[in-house]
Each structure stands twice: as structure tokens, then as C-alpha cells.
Design a protein around this ligand. Sequence first.
Ligand SMILES: NC(=O)c1ccc[n+]([C@@H]2O[C@H](COP(=O)([O-])OP(=O)(O)OC[C@H]3O[C@@H](n4cnc5c(N)ncnc54)[C@H](O)[C@@H]3O)[C@@H](O)[C@H]2O)c1
Ligand SMILES: O=C(O)C(=O)C[C@@H](O)[C@H](O)[C@H](O)COP(=O)(O)O
Length: 550
Amino acid sequence: MDLQDSRNPQVKRPRAVIIGMMGAGKTRVGKEVAHMMRIPFADADVEIEREVGMKIPAYFDKYGEPAFRKVEADLIADFLEDFDGIFSLGGGAPMTPSTQDALADYIAAGGRVVYLDADPKEAMERANRGGGRPMLAGDANARWKKLYKQRDPVFREVANVLVHTRRQTPQVAARKVMDMISERRVHVTGTAIEPYDVVIGEGTMNHVTEVFGDTVNKVALIHTQPVQRHSDRARALLRQAGYEVSDIAVPDAEAGKTVEVANRIWERLGDEGFTRSDAIVGVGGGAATDLAGFIAATWMRGIRYANCPTSLLAMVDASTGGKTGVNTSAGKNLVGSFYTPAGVFADTKTLASLPNDIFIEGLGEVAKSGFIEDAEILRILEAHADELRAFDGATFLGSGLEDVVSELIERTVTVKVHHVSADLKEKGKREFLNYGHTLAHAIEKLEHFRWRHGNAVAVGTVYAAELAHILGYIDQDLVDYHRSLLSSLGLPTSWNGGSFEDVLALMHKDKKARGNMLRFVVLDGGPGNVIHLENPPADAVEEAFRRIRS
Ligand SMILES: NC(=O)c1ccc[n+]([C@@H]2O[C@H](COP(=O)([O-])OP(=O)(O)OC[C@H]3O[C@@H](n4cnc5c(N)ncnc54)[C@H](O)[C@@H]3O)[C@@H](O)[C@H]2O)c1
Ligand SMILES: O=C(O)C(=O)C[C@@H](O)[C@H](O)[C@H](O)COP(=O)(O)O
């Protein structure tokens, strides 16, 4: 994540600050992280010795601890505002109140303070090995233990990332630190929402074990076959954490989002004795997470669940916000409920197996979020259209594109969360997330769900733009921009199946419709300004349809 201050690009901030006890491995692990991330490393103690021109023990002898702490706090404050790398602090530094304040400001600006929680025995041995530590003078072990008792609670308070490194090599610990500092979190809260986080980044599936605590015994893992290897990972993590895991493979994609499949799962939960103290985890694309959430919402009138989305579309949209449901012969998503997950873990590692066309489909919902709220999303899509269109899971991890995609996921989820937090049950503002969906759901149904959802949404946004233009809400340039941006990403902008009559009948079944009145979401003036369009003239609805035929 770019921690440059957007208001003041001159301000640089460390990518992470590492704290921990003497001997915890702050320097060793910090250097390794910096090496892996190809960024500079700085150790506060080394920098202090450079600044004062003498070794720290000599400085302690000559001037005493308070003078040392003052020099240390000033130097840390400077580095927190002018160093773009990994910065490790001396063991006692976080105990100084002014440093605690400076670290709190750094965290508030998006910074990561990592507490390396090492094995006390190993850390003590390492700390004693070199000798020359003024804070360990006398009985070094007794001193170390006493300091640990004082410092450990403070370190936990000051840090926002805790990394356990017990019995781990510096390389393994560094990899763990790197994954955790690259994580992005979007917090979801609001009326009638039990707060939860959407955690984005490589390896974030590891957190799935943290959401249920010890009140849950059994976990049903609902997934599709193409993501078997990702659900195997979730299963291993959950088993290691002590949960009894039932593996439930469901038919892939929309074929799994049916009442018949849901019924088979309910029967299985019944046979296996799932009670209210048990939970569901959904692993897969949006169809699997919609189904998993629906099962959680309905089993015993609601048990806890978490989502591990593995497609771009599920990461940016489907897994968050609590819309759960299935399709029926009446139409898409007409049966379901609003039911909030306990956590969402968008592990970008899983994108390595995602086929190119399914990745591109997800960009349909990303662009939609750019049109309705966050114009920066549109700029990022424009700037990286060629790389995004050429997405290849085999070369994705560790590439520059991974950072771009992580930012797009974070921004798109943030747009979603703004709407969901304000209006969980979709009485007004949340409907804006449905931009392009009135036509999209009709296309999906008429195509017997062989058209991918994100592709249908892309065409649906062009339709909504045409309708808005016909009625004078937006100019032709913005309609053209919809087409050019979406096609540059490899998304469709026209559809030639079905008749207008069939589409119209289905649009009347859209959940935004009221009685016989069609309701759409359209832009008014430009991106970011969204309005409800109620009962538009019938000829405009038809003319817009004509314009999306190629
Ligand atoms: N609940 C919501 O708010 C919400 C929002 C948007 C979309 N949705 C729903 O989400 C569904 C679309 O989601 P989708 O686009 O993910 O489709 P999908 O769930 O059908 O997944 C697409 C395909 O990709 C496979 N796949 C997923 N991740 C993979 C991976 N990492 N590696 C290999 N294969 C992988 C799936 O198994 C499937 O074959 C639709 O049903 C839509 O209605 C729901
Ligand atoms: O979360 C929402 O609200 C949305 O409308 C998000 C949409 O992008 C998503 O496709 C959702 O599944 C549509 O739901 P529906 O209520 O129109 O069925």
C-alpha cells in the first residue's frame, strides 16, 4: 500500500515499523523483509550510534538513559516522516510516551507497527549472546524477564500487527510479516450490522480461523470443484484450529445456486447434527458465496458464516454486504435474505488459478463502482487496461499487477461498504450498487445463465447510460466513455439475444420495480452522481435497448 501522504507527496513513511523484545530478531527479520520487498532497511539503534558518534553502551554510561531516550524518540519521529522502507526500533523505544504518540499518528495515516512476538527462551538467549546491552546489565535473564513483563502489554497496545515467530526461521517469519503488512482491510459497520472486516491480500485466508472463536464446533465448508485446492487449504487451516470440518462440494457456478442444491445441504447439515453453535465457510466464486450465505441465513434461522472469495468478482462484490440467495425459475436472485458474514478473506493467492475470462468478468463490477462513486477506479482501469486484459494467473503473484488489482479490490469493496453500511436492506442508497443490473439480470436469465454476471453488468451499464442520455441526464461523451473503457478491458458492450418483449417482462420482475413501475439507477451529469429513475417513458426504455444491439 502506498503510504505517501496524498495531501503532501513530500512526506515519506516507513512501509512498516518493527518492534519487539531484545533478541526477538527485529533486525534480522526486518532486513529480510526489506530484501524481499526490495526496499531500504533502517535500524534505529544503528542510526542513533551514527548520529551521536558513539556506541549506545558508551552513551548510556556518559549521559544516562533519559538522555538516550530523548535522542531515540527524536530520531524515530524524524524517520516516521522521512523514510520509505522497513524501520526497526530498539527494544525499549515504544515505552517512551512521545514515541507511542508518534506511532499512533503513523498508524492513523495507514502505517503498520509490527510486534514480533518471539519465543521468550530463544529471544533471551539471542539477547545475551552479543553482550553489551545496558538494559541487561547484571543478571541478564532476570532483567530480560522483568522487562518482558513490563513491555509485552505495551507492545500489544502500540502495534496494529502481531506476528508470532516462535520456532520459525527468519525467512519464514519475514514472509509472514511481508504478507501481513501488505494486507488491506475494509471495516464494515452500520445499523443492524455486526461489524466485520474484509481482509485483502496474499495469505489472508489464514485469518479464517480467527472469526468463530471457541463457541463454534463444526464448520461446513461449501465450495465448488474448480476451487478444490483452495478449499483444501481452508479445510486444513480450520482443522488445525480444532474445528470439525464437513466438506460440501456443490455444482459449479449458477448450477449450484438453486433451491435443490440448498435442500441437499440442509439435509446434510441435519444428518451431521449441525446446531446453532456451528458455522459455514463459503469458498469460491460469487455463486458459491451467495449459496453459502443463504445456507447460513436459513439453517436454524441463522448461524455464523465467513466467506473466502476466490474470483475477482466475488472479492470485489459478492462476498461482502450480506446479499445471499439462489435463483429460481422466476428469475435471478429472487429468493434470499440480507445476512451479514462474520468476516471476508479475499486471498489474492487464489487468483493464481483464475482463468483470464473470469478475471475480466469481475472488472465489470469494478467499473460499475467507478461509475457510481469512485472516479479513481476509472483512472486506474484506464491506466492499466492492457495489463488487466492480459491477466494471467500463472504470472500474477508478486507482479506489479497484483498491487494494482489489490488496490482495485480495496477501492471497490470500499464503495460497496459505503452503500451497505448506510442501507443494509436496500431501501434506497444501496440500490445504486445495482447500476446496470436491471438489464443484466434479464440477460443472464434469457441466456440460461451461460452469460457471466460481470459481462452482463457491463452491457447493463451501457444500457443505463444510453437511457440516461436519451432522457437528457448525461451527454453522449459519457455514453461513449462507458463503451470505450469497458471494451478496452475486454468486456462486452452489446447483446443480441432475446427480444425486447422478453427483456421488458423480466425487467418488471427486477427487485427495484414497484407494482407496474420500472425503476432504474442512472447517472445524472457525470460519474459519481447517481439517481433513481422511476417509470421512464416506454419509448426511451425501448430505444435504449435498440442502441445496445450491435
Ligand atoms: N451477493 C452479492 O452481493 C453479489 C454481488 C455480485 C455478484 N453476485 C453473484 O455472484 C455470481 C457471480 O460470481 P462469479 O463471477 O465469481 O461467478 P462464479 O461463482 O460462477 O465463478 C465463476 C467460475 O470461476 C470458478 N472459479 C472461481 N474462483 C476460481 C479460482 N480462483 N480458480 C479457478 N476457478 C475459479 C468458479 O468455480 C466458476 O466456475 C452471480 O451469481 C452473481 O449473481 C452476488
Ligand atoms: O450488493 C448489492 O446491493 C448489489 O446490488 C451488488 C450487485 O453488484 C450484485 O450483482 C448483486 O448480486 C445484485 O443483487 P440483486 O439484489 O440485484 O439480485
